[in-house]
Design a protein around this ligand. Structure first.
Ligand SMILES: Cc1cc2nc3c(=O)[nH]c(=O)nc-3n(C[C@H](O)[C@H](O)[C@H](O)COP(=O)(O)OP(=O)(O)OC[C@H]3O[C@@H](n4cnc5c(N)ncnc54)[C@H](O)[C@@H]3O)c2cc1C
Length: 505
């Protein structure tokens, strides 16, 4: 066999890396990571993700070094880089994982396939998780997912390497690309070492808080597993997380509360691939409504002021603005708060999901296009197959942050506002404003719309569309293509098949 080229994508680990094991079994391997300027120019990419990736690659470099193999970094568009490399070193096989990425990576992979065909290079794309390429029907998808998750993990392979034909390249300078600077000072650190530490602390120390702790933004940062960025970048395989959790569940002394929490956690790992499968099966949902009957609903009404207030965290609704502040600093939010942000954007602010989705994606260090765009559409009411969920940010604050601890933590300006006015500071009488030193209009914005009125109007517009004959008629094919065939009970256990399962919040 000739030289095997291994192309790391979002699978930044050597353990349980099916594609790497397969390449190593076929001969001497050259391992590359290609930094693609056109990817980083996409509207859903950001410097905080770029910085996180760099940490992942540093860690991967050390993992490979321990195997006597070097990770080579290259910068450029993938087909051009492959062409340059191939001229120096005629590799026979290209190995990678299948990727369910954004529109740019989808087109890039098509270009790579054409390049491989033209050069006679055999491209082996391996399965990475529970997402099935060219899935004919959703009917048996869950069984396939379980089979893949139960398969044995691939051990770290023994490897031989080939001589590298070029000088080593350095890490590219983000600023030199002229892209906006964006760092998240309190974000998680990248790399498998951190990923394993996080998995270990979740399973051994934090999982008792999972049940009951994941909805409030106060407890969620510790109660949630925090594995999302490591799963998105492939520092951990989904299978190893599923199997480690099952191992923890098999511990006879585990209490019932933690057991239920861990079962619910496994059901979310299932949802990880369930949502990604939607984008894999229909890449267009990144750019257009899943249900075309909702086309034109919000597109022409885009309000730049509403969008600016959302992105700056100046909507005037304290829980929303506190979530934006946390997101800017950490690159992470729990599910309920993400859903609330999108609901506020989609209903009272009446913003189309695409611009909001790009902004939110750039904030997230765990950005996973398949989950993200499916969730954006679901929370905006354009899938046509999910119940409309509208989150009232004032009620959410009463339920999830009743003492205002989270809001005051992330919005120092509100620290001296008395509890009575904390959820609606713009209603504070002038005397209270003077007492606490917060002047409405100067220190705190008045919301751009009346929450109740704007939400009522938005729901009415959406429901008017939903109730038309054409929209109802077009629902079934979407259910057939995308809906889960499992109904889950509150613990996340799969039970009887259902036309459309909803995520337990
Ligand atoms: C508008 C919106 C956008 C989102 N964008 C992303 C995204 O880009 N990347 C991403 O990983 N998650 C996304 N989610 C889902 C969810 O919010 C995050 O997975 C979760 O907050 C990550 O934290 P965790 O790993 O601690 O979660 P845990 O509760 O510990 O869950 C473990 C894992 O299960 C998966 N998971 C959990 N909840 C969901 C869900 N609702 N749908 C699909 N998979 C889930 C994730 O892989 C997660 O890492 C989004 C949700 C919404 C509402």
């Amino acid at each position: 066999m000739g030289t095997q080229l291994f192309w790391f994508k979002r699978d930044l680990r050597v353990h349980d890396n099916e594609a790497l094991s397969s390449a190593a079994a076929m001969g001497a391997v050259l391992c590359v990571y290609i930094v693609e300027p056109s990817y980083w120019r996409c509207a859903d990419a950001s410097q905080r993700q770029f910085d996180f990736l760099r940490e992942c690659l540093r860690d991967l470099y050390r993992q490979l070094q321990a195997l006597g193999v070097r990770l080579h970094l290259l910068t450029g568009e993938v087909p051009e880089v492959l062409e340059r490399l191939h001229q120096q070193l005629a590799f026979s096989h290209l190995h990678s994982h299948q990727e369910t990425g954004n529109g740019m990576t989808y087109k890039r992979d098509q270009a790579v396939a054409r390049w491989c065909a033209a050069r006679g290079v055999h491209w082996q794309e391996h399965v990475q998780n529970g997402v099935v390429r060219r899935l004919p029907s959703r009917d048996h998808w869950s069984e396939l997912w379980s089979q893949r998750m139960q398969a044995p993990q691939k051990p770290v392979p023994a490897m031989t390497t080939a001589p590298w034909p070029w000088d080593e390249e350095g890490w590219p300078d983000w600023q030199a690309w002229g892209l906006p600077a964006d760092t998240a000072a309190q974000r998680q650190r990248g790399g498998r070492t951190e990923a394993c530490r996080t998995l270990h602390s979740f399973l051994n120390e934090r999982s008792a808080q999972y049940r009951g702790g994941i909805s409030s933004p106060l407890s969620a940062a510790n109660a949630c597993s925090r594995l999302s960025p490591y799963l998105s970048w492939g520092c951990l395989s989904l299978r190893e997380v599923v199997q480690a959790t099952e191992q923890a569940l098999s511990e006879p002394r585990l209490d019932a509360w933690t057991r239920k929490g861990l079962s619910a956690f496994i059901s979310r790992l299932h949802w990880h691939c369930h949502f990604m499968q939607k984008l894999e099966s229909e890449p267009a949902i990144e750019t257009r409504n899943m249900h075309r009957g909702y086309d034109g609903l919000r597109e022409d009404d885009f309000n730049a002021l509403h969008f600016e207030r959302l992105c700056l965290g100046q909507t005037g609704w304290p829980l929303v603005d506190a979530c934006v502040a946390m997101l800017q600093q950490t690159g992470w939010l729990n599910f309920r708060m993400r859903a609330m942000l999108v609901s506020v954007a989609a209903y009272p602010l009446w913003l189309h999901w695409q611009q909001v989705g790009h902004w939110l994606a750039r904030q997230l260090i765990d950005y996973e296009p398949g989950i993200h765009w499916s969730q954006m559409q679901m929370q905006s009411g354009t899938t046509g197959i999910n119940t409309t969920r509208v989150y009232n940010p004032i009620k959410q604050a009463q339920d999830q942050d009743p003492k205002g601890i989270f809001v005051r933590r992330w919005l120092p300006v509100l620290r001296r506002v008395p509890d009575t006015w904390l959820l609606e500071p713009w209603k504070m009488p002038a005397s209270v404003q003077a007492q606490c030193g917060v002047q409405v209009g100067r220190d705190w914005p008045v919301p751009v719309v009346d929450l109740q009125e704007a939400t009522r109007a938005a729901k009415a517009r959406l429901h008017a569309r939903r109730n038309t004959h054409e929209v109802r008629q077009a629902k079934q094919p979407i259910i057939d293509k995308h809906a889960s065939r499992l109904r889950r009970d509150r613990t996340g256990q799969a039970s009887a098949p259902a036309a459309q399962a909803q995520l337990d919040l």
